[in-house]
Write a new protein. Structure first.
Length: 270
């Protein structure tokens, strides 16, 4: 009986079950600047403190995992990412040095470290905003994890095998500028993770309205849904796409259009 009722529910009703009229991704703006001007903003200090508090709990073994300042009772693994990390290390004498661009205070490092700690060398270089770098250097740096303000600064001290861009490209004012910079480095591998593309051959600029459960306050900021063809055409100048994957099973909505976060793994052309 319950099965029949479920089958008779129109698809739009299933969408509305998970759709929020207040939070999520809204609008279609002409530019990042236009969207930014309509955002209510957020208190960076409050967000940093919340993320610092939750990441310290992970570091000290009090909780198994955190993301965006929220504590979880188990680690949410991304096995496509982990397999890529192990693959690169296996090609490099069980050594791995990577750039985690926009890596917060080490969320992805702590997520994967239990499966990488056997490596002969593991260097996780996080490039972040100045206040995150300051907090990272003060409370989170160790033999494995270090913090930098720029790509140039990091590459001056490290030979890097992977450039990881996880859930950050869409929040940059010019995501293609970062991809151009990545191309110019000659780093052997690039991994895009947790990126959502526009369903049309163009960029779409939206505003993401974040519920207070994440940061303790209402927040909103501009968010791109980039043009897949433009992203991949740019990378294909120097790299070959080896495979793509779904980053997470959860379905999200841009207005009433469903999307899932995706990822792709690239190797430099020889």
């Amino acid at each position: 009986m319950f099965y029949l009722v479920k089958e008779l529910i129109p698809p739009i009703a299933h969408s509305l079950k998970w759709y929020s009229f207040k939070h999520g991704w809204k609008g279609n703006y002409k530019s990042y600047e236009e969207a930014k001007n309509k955002c209510q903003g957020y208190d960076e200090a409050d967000i940093l403190n919340k993320i610092k508090e939750s990441t310290l709990k992970v570091k000290n073994g009090e909780i198994p995992y955190e993301r965006d300042g929220i504590a979880y009772d188990k680690v949410q693994m991304n096995y496509s990412l982990l397999s890529s990390l192990l693959y690169i290390a296996s090609k490099n004498d069980n050594k791995l040095t990577l750039i985690d661009f926009g890596g917060s205070l080490g969320t992805t490092f702590y997520q994967n470290y239990p499966f990488l700690k056997h490596l002969k060398k593991l260097k996780w270089c996080i490039i972040e905003q100045p206040k995150f770098v300051e907090a990272g250097k003060k409370e989170f740096e160790n033999d494995h994890i270090t913090f930098y303000s720029t790509i140039k600064e990091c590459l001056a001290e490290n030979t890097v095998q992977l450039f990881l861009i996880c859930n950050v490209l869409q929040y940059l004012e010019d995501p293609y500028q970062l991809l151009e910079e990545v191309r110019s480095t000659g780093i052997p591998h690039v991994l895009l993770d947790f990126i959502a593309y526009n369903d049309k051959p163009a960029d779409r600029v939206t505003i993401q309205h974040v519920p207070p459960v994440f940061y303790g306050i209402e927040a909103s900021y501009p968010c791109h849904f980039p043009d897949r063809n433009r992203v991949e055409s740019l990378l294909e100048k120097n790299y070959e796409k080896k495979y793509e994957f779904i980053s997470a099973a959860e379905k999200y909505y841009l207005q009433l259009k469903p999307f899932r976060y995706e990822g792709s793994f690239w190797e430099i052309k020889k």
